[in-house]
Design a protein around this ligand. Sequence first.
Ligand SMILES: NC(=O)c1ccc[n+]([C@@H]2O[C@H](COP(=O)([O-])OP(=O)(O)OC[C@H]3O[C@@H](n4cnc5c(N)ncnc54)[C@H](OP(=O)(O)O)[C@@H]3O)[C@@H](O)[C@H]2O)c1
Length: 265
Amino acid sequence: MDKKVVLITGASSGIGLACAVHLAAQDYEVVGASRRTTPDEAWTSVVMDVDDDASVAEAVGQVVRDHGGIDAVVTCAGWGLAGPVETTPLAEARAQLDTNFFGTVRVVTSALPSLRERKGRIVLMSSIGGVIGLPFQAYYSASKFALEGWAEALAWELKPHGVHVTLVEPGNFHTGFTGARRTVPADADDPYATAAAKAIATMERDEAAGAEPAGVAAVVAKVLTASRPPRRLSVGPAGERVGVIAKRLLPNRLFEAASASSLGV
Ligand SMILES: NC(=O)c1ccc[n+]([C@@H]2O[C@H](COP(=O)([O-])OP(=O)(O)OC[C@H]3O[C@@H](n4cnc5c(N)ncnc54)[C@H](OP(=O)(O)O)[C@@H]3O)[C@@H](O)[C@H]2O)c1
């Protein structure tokens, strides 16, 4: 039987790279996409900047031409922006949504004709920050909340076409994400400086102590073969995942009181 073709974005590092390694070992035909090429004998790599319409269209077209079509897309390309809402330049906020949200939109819509033809699967790397608004990462959370709502709507549209959509919501994982994060510099009279520094230090400490991304890759592999893939799946230590459940169940006031210290506020 022909191998299933899976296109993974953000495959040069962290969770995307772990997915490429894991799925290639499971006999998928993996195409790893990112701005940096990722030469590896186990999979093909393609250069793609998800911020750029033409780059995405060209790369997806190349994958369809070279591999005959796409059975699954796993979107991991993304980065984090830290800083107070009030002092974050709008250009930075837009850039954050352009990669994390519109970048995903570009890739998925380009791949959809092939995914519909093959009744394929879409796995979108969201975040616990796509369920819980993270202080001093508001635009990161906004990008992932946007992804969550978009994916729910997309799933309805694709249901009659046999294409499944799953949101994977990781907690803290040890990847290149912390080093790649952009942080808005604080002025001397910044009223948020102390609070922002504390919250950002808390999140960086938690990410550095995070689990290895292979755990996320194993979950993605299960989603790709599940007979009824879930709409959402959180992954990470139970202590982090419980926050997602608590957010959905508790009244906001109670949830906020319970989660403040873990968010560094
Ligand atoms: N690590 C965590 O704790 C965590 C938790 C929750 C969710 N996530 C999500 O998981 C996803 C992967 O993050 P990670 O932790 O694996 O971070 P990472 O190690 O920094 O990897 C990010 C990947 O995204 C790619 N990328 C960034 N901007 C891009 C662009 N404009 N076009 C194409 N590729 C781009 C990077 O490749 P190039 O630089 O080569 O282009 C890299 O391969 C992100 O969506 C992130 O929000 C991570």
